[in-house]
Design a protein around this ligand. Structure first.
Ligand code: TXE
Length: 480
């Protein structure tokens, strides 16, 4: 059994109440370890450790903070294989994906923010004629919370933690109870890198209890959260009376808009990836595909052929393209949407069924599924499914597709395939999304703002936006 403990004040500890939950391996449906089901007492201990570390950490030089963050990054890289295997076992994603994307990007998060903090400048204004100068201090907030989901476990966990500690805060962090393993392993790395005790505290447990105790904590002044939209709304309600700072990165139902004048092969290959990478469990996946009528039939044939060729299999196998979904309840939720599509006159062009992978028959595998929808308003085209399921439908004009693209409650990302510059400018200005990719997908530059509008959240992560979130601006006005 691979059991997990809380990481509080640099030490690994059992939960105060000694309650534990099972941790499942999605590739075979078996329990392979125990996770703390932490309570308010554990949150209090984590808060106290963070609070007592804050004074010293906030006064630690930027060079020293930077050095430690970069050391964490190097240690993650040195442990790439171990972390990738652990991530895959916990989440069901192919090891090859965790090794190529998740873990390297987690390492990049620490390296990036380790460097960024040394470049984080603030404003000053000379008040001409008033003999005064104003300057802005960017001060750490204190103890902050980072709460992350299961789809990109270490990658999203560190995306919050790295800027939080770089900016001089101390952290109480909770990974998803569904995928806690790499967060647990991160504690060891932080100790080895010399991160002072209490700067980062990682507690495990359910959202409704452990997570709830974190968001209700009076003295935790900021919450950075990535997860479901309903949870985000709940956190906002709890946090509002306490005036906590909030960054919420929530769901998406992102349009992938394909015009006939695009580079067809590149679009086709990337569209397979943007539809099914990580079993479609990425908030940025292009789950609604709109194709210009002129090339619709051609696209349909070519896309379905490519999707059928994707290999669903055990995540540790090199040949696997699609691993297991994260959990049994999630698999059931995704399957339910496939049934809903049928009742809404959707046509299943391929997939739609569970897969029994030989030797791992109890794993949570699902065929990549393409649904041709009769209109854009059906539920499968409006609600976040968050699995290997995409919808496709044709469009005639730019205005028509723009209307459909924006007609959802979400606004996270959008992808546009065209070689027409004027159309690119028009559409990217009008698409309701925090991120627009043109002729590419999920190309990331950590300096850029990341986040959504509408029900996809509030606030931006990434680059100096993240450092601004994790600091309070204080203006100092000096008359001379
Ligand atoms: O997320 P939750 P779930 C979407 C996706 C998915 C749905 C629900 O559609 O099917 O959300 O997923 C913690 N106080 N996304 O249920 O519950 C929880 O423990 C404090 C999109 O897994 O939002 C976990 O650590 N914390 C998404 C984290 O919140 C609470 C990624 C996320 O869990 C809490 C994942 C509470 N009351 C799912 N309740 C994306 N944007 O990428 C839960 N949590």
């Amino acid at each position: 059994m691979e059991n997990i403990k809380n990481y509080i004040n640099g030490t690994f500890s059992s939960p105060v109440n000694n309650n534990w939950m099972d941790n499942y391996n999605p590739s075979n449906g078996e329990v392979y370890g125990k996770i703390p089901e932490s309570s308010k007492e554990d949150v209090d201990l984590a808060y106290k450790a963070a609070k007592s570390a804050f004074k010293q950490w906030s006064q630690t030089t930027l060079e020293e903070r930077s050095r430690i963050l970069i050391k964490i990054s190097e240690l993650l890289e040195a442990n790439l294989q171990r972390f990738a295997e652990a991530e895959s076992k916990d989440n069901g994603k192919p090891v090859s994906l965790a090794k190529a994307v998740d873990i390297p990007r987690a390492a990049s998060n620490f390296r990036f923010f380790g460097n960024a903090i040394t470049q984080f400048a603030s404003e000053s204004h000379e008040s001409i004629g008033q003999q005064a100068v104003n300057y802005t201090l960017r001060q750490p907030i204190g103890v902050v919370a980072c709460i992350s989901p299961w789809n990109l476990p270490l990658y999203l966990f560190t995306w919050k933690i790295a800027p939080a500690i770089a900016a001089g805060n101390c952290v109480v962090a909770k990974p998803s109870e569904v995928t806690p393993m790499t967060a647990y392993l991160l504690g060891e790395i932080c100790n080895e890198a010399g991160l002072p005790k209490g700067v980062l505290n990682i507690i495990h447990g359910l959202g409704g209890t452990t997570g709830q105790a974190i968001i209700e904590h009076q003295d935790i002044k900021a919450i950075s959260f990535t997860g479901g939209t309903a949870t985000g709304a709940h956190i906002a309600r709890v946090a509002a009376p306490m005036f906590k700072k909030l960054s919420l990165e929530l769901g998406g139902k992102n349009p992938n808009i394909i015009f006939a004048d695009c580079d067809y092969q590149e679009m086709l290959n990337t569209t397979v990836r943007s539809s099914f990478a990580n079993q479609g469990q990425i908030c940025l996946c292009g789950s609604r595909i709109f194709v210009e009528e002129k090339i619709y039939q051609q696209f349909k044939t070519d896309f379905v052929t490519k999707v059928k060729a994707l290999k669903v299999g055990h995540p540790a196998k090199q040949a696997t393209n699609i691993g297991a979904l994260v959990s049994k309840p999630h698999l059931e939720k995704v399957k339910e949407y496939i049934e809903i599509a049928k009742t809404e006159n959707g046509t299943i062009l391929c997939g739609g069924n569970e897969v029994k992978v030989e030797g791992y028959e109890n794993g949570y595998y699902l065929e990549p599924t393409v649904i041709e929808v009769p209109n854009d308003e059906c539920r499968v085209n409006q609600e976040e499914i968050f699995g290997p399921v995409v919808t496709i439908m044709p469009f005639k004009t730019e205005d028509e597709v723009l209307l459909m693209a924006n007609k959802v409650k979400y606004g996270l990302s959008a992808t546009l395939w065209t070689n027409n510059l004027k159309r690119t400018m028009r559409m990217s200005n009008q698409l309701q999304a925090g991120i627009v990719w043109v002729n590419t997908w999920m190309m990331r530059d950590l300096r850029t703002p990341f986040g959504g509008i509408k029900a996809s959240g509030v606030g931006r992560e990434g680059g100096f936006e993240a450092l601004r979130f994790f600091t309070e601006a204080k203006n100092v006005c000096i008359k001379y």
